[in-house]
Ligand binder design. Structure first.
Ligand code: FAD
Length: 364
């Protein structure tokens, strides 16, 4: 029986574990448990991949349908509606999902099918005692061997350094919040909102966590305020955000062109392999899609060298395109000048144009 070692304990780790549900393998997951927070958008490609990956129809029970995409400009506590787009008019199904429920669903699904050992420790390094095969060193100085090691330890994880050497990583400030404010919940039913403001853009949408509805907020400061210490104060001064407790964080992404994501018996997966800016809400969706593609390869290819090579070429190619589109979208969201022109262009977008754009992002 093949021994698979997965480093990390988040979305990627549990998605990739599901890629092996039909194989006779022994999986070990190494990583400290941590509390997940908030929600993520699940676009049609991510939803389809999640259903195929888990082969579990119960997935419908953890998602919350979003029917409207609304773009506004928001300044001086006044909202101006620029554009409304209704997903169902184009037969598109869009969802939100609580991160906690998504990860728990993936965990439960994989444990129903295969044997999993969990080690609540951190990986601190690798050693190569036999040619072509790495072993993992943990923080208690023990080594673990495996036939395959999958690095799901995120952008700043150590696995990437062993596979690719140093990589140039960019980071940007982001604020996240969750609210159960009744008035906002009534206003935002089933709506994904994108608001441009003088300070930055914010995205909000409802999601359900353990039978209770919340709103997930993300605020990304404009380029002008990216390094400002005053931005949190400005954010709090916006009246509709007064009840939200904002958590400051960063999003990280690779600046370099990513060429390879495997070396010997190690494969990089999720943010550890290829991360880009979050403006298309696709990084997490792609993780689920990639896990589903890996599942296909695992079930239809005999050699792991071939699987790694095919997976690396195909998934990186798609994400290179998304990376450049996301970068352009982020720049247009984050401008501080010519905002009137941008808003004018957005309000003149046709529904068909928005639909075509989404389809390109999700299905190309
Ligand atoms: C603001 C924002 C909004 C987003 N919104 C969306 C969205 O709406 N839709 C979407 O599809 N995506 C979204 N994303 C992207 C998505 O959330 C991430 O891509 C995803 O969480 C990455 O998962 P991961 O498991 O690869 O990495 P991470 O979540 O970074 O997890 C890495 C794991 O590895 C563990 N680890 C690290 N080092 C070690 C070690 N040495 N040993 C053992 N374990 C280790 C960590 O503890 C952690 O468990 C968003 C991202 C941001 C920043």
């Amino acid at each position: 029986m093949k021994k698979i070692l997965i480093i990390g304990n988040s979305l990627s780790a549990w998605s990739v574990a599901n890629a092996f549900i039909n194989k006779k393998v022994n999986i070990t997951i190494i990583g400290y448990k941590y509390k997940t927070f908030g929600a993520q958008q699940l676009s049609p490609n991510g939803f389809k991949a999640l259903k195929e990956l888990t082969e579990n129809n119960e997935v419908k029970k953890i998602v919350h349908e979003i029917i409207k995409f609304q773009i506004n400009s928001y300044n001086n506590n006044k909202t101006k509606n620029l554009k409304n787009f209704y997903f169902n008019e184009f037969d598109l199904k869009y969802f939100s999902v609580s991160r906690e429920m998504l990860i728990n669903f993936l965990i439960k699904n994989v444990k129903r099918n295969i044997q999993i050992s969990e080690i609540n420790k951190s990986c601190v390094g690798f050693i190569q005692r036999k040619p072509g095969k790495f072993e993992v060193l943990m923080d208690n100085n023990e080594y673990i061997t495996a036939d395959i090691i999958i690095g799901c330890d995120g952008v700043n994880g150590i696995t990437r350094k062993y596979v690719c050497g140093t990589t140039k990583i960019d980071k940007k400030q982001v604020f996240r919040g969750v609210s159960d404010d009744k008035k906002q919940l009534l206003l935002k039913q089933k709506t994904l909102e994108l608001n441009f403001s003088n300070y930055g853009h914010f995205v909000s949408y409802p999601f359900i966590n353990n039978n209770k509805t919340y709103i997930n907020y993300v605020f990304i400061p404009n380029r002008r305020f990216q390094d400002s210490n005053e931005i949190l104060g400005k954010l709090k001064s916006i009246s509709k955000f007064s009840t939200i407790e904002w958590n400051k964080g960063y999003f990280y992404f690779f600046e370099d062109e990513i060429q390879t994501i495997h070396r010997n018996n190690i494969l990089l997966f999720g943010d550890a392999g290829f991360s880009f800016e979050p403006h298309l809400a696709q990084v997490g969706n792609k993780i689920i899609e990639d896990a589903n593609y890996l599942k296909f390869l695992v079930e239809n290819t005999n050699s792991y060298d071939e699987i790694f090579e095919d997976f690396s070429i195909n998934t990186c190619e798609k994400k290179r395109k998304l990376k450049s589109i996301s970068n352009i979208v982020g720049m247009s969201f984050g401008i501080s000048t010519l905002t009137k022109l941008r808003n004018n262009i957005v309000s003149n977008f046709s529904d068909q144009l928005i639909c075509n754009f989404f389809k390109k992002i999700w299905y190309d």
